[in-house]
Design a protein around this ligand. Structure first.
Ligand code: SF4
Ligand code: FES
Length: 252
């Protein structure tokens, strides 16, 4: 396959960015999207130019490092698929592909296609943990967890923190990410003790990072590589409402 790539190049957060056009020659259908970019970078390096900066790590859809808005859709628009799992067989020979970084005020560009997603880490630091002493590894049956709670918690815990939900949202809202992280702990007995404090603290941090509000368009759920459900946003809103009614006591 031969492809034309229109790739966003930007020196840093304050420099103006622009699209540059590259030709990708002899791309194999079984290559992953990131392998294809590696091949393009080899040709750029061979002529002594600056290679395209992009994030990648596990290439198995589990670490949350990869990003890229491909043809206008975060992670390229294949259901339940992160950029690192996207293969070139999904594109047609001769296609023109646009590649951009995540675009959100809270995710400033570091270089080219790499953005700073540490705002999500700070949301986790605000409450995505359990501070009660749970002791050593307990017997599997010592803390009974209802099957529905365990399964819902595991569904929420599947969030890999990639930020695609923010990148696709017209409001750059991080609600799906925060809802997943709040819910996976709030659903478990060990996490219930701090649930009100957790939801208040994480939502407050989310707001202070400059993420927008949720208007329930559902685009986040559609592009999420882990198919995190919008139901978690409804659950977080309920937890938040209860915490608000409890007042300052919930922030103790
Ligand atoms: S909710 Fe989905 S899209 Fe958002 S950060 Fe988690 S895995 Fe990524
Ligand atoms: S590189 Fe790890 S999820 Fe894509």
């Amino acid at each position: 396959m031969n492809l034309t790539l229109k790739i966003w190049r930007q020196e840093n957060a304050s420099a103006p960015g622009r699209f540059e056009t590259y030709q990708a020659r002899d791309v194999l259908p079984d290559m992953s999207f990131l392998e294809m970019l590696d091949v393009v970078n080899e040709t750029i390096i061979a002529r002594g130019a600056d290679p395209i900066a992009f994030d990648s790590d596990c290439r198995e859809g589990i670490c949350g490092m990869c990003s890229l808005v491909i043809n206008g859709i975060a992670h390229g628009g294949h259901r339940g698929t992160a950029t690192c799992q996207l293969h070139m067989r999904h594109f047609k020979d001769g296609a023109v592909i646009t590649i951009e970084p995540w675009r959100a005020r809270a995710f400033p560009v570091i270089k080219d296609l790499v953005t700073d997603r540490s705002a999500l880490d700070r949301v986790i630091q605000a409450g995505g943990f359990i501070s009660v002493n749970t002791g050593g590894a307990p017997d599997g049956n010592a803390i009974p967890v209802p099957k529905e709670s365990a399964e819902a918690s595991m569904d929420a815990a599947a969030c890999i923190g990639c930020g695609a939900c923010v990148a696709v949202c017209k409001n750059a809202s991080a609600m799906l990410f925060v809802a997943a992280k709040v819910s996976h702990l709030n659903l478990l007995p060990q996490g219930k003790i701090e649930k009100h404090h957790r939801v208040m603290s994480m939502v407050r941090q989310m707001d202070s990072e400059g993420f927008g509000n949720c208007s329930v368009t559902g685009s986040c759920e559609a592009v999420c590589p882990k198919e995190i459900s919008l139901h978690f946003i409804a659950k977080m809103n309920r937890d938040y409402g209860v915490a608000m009614l409890k007042g300052p006591a919930s922030l103790l």
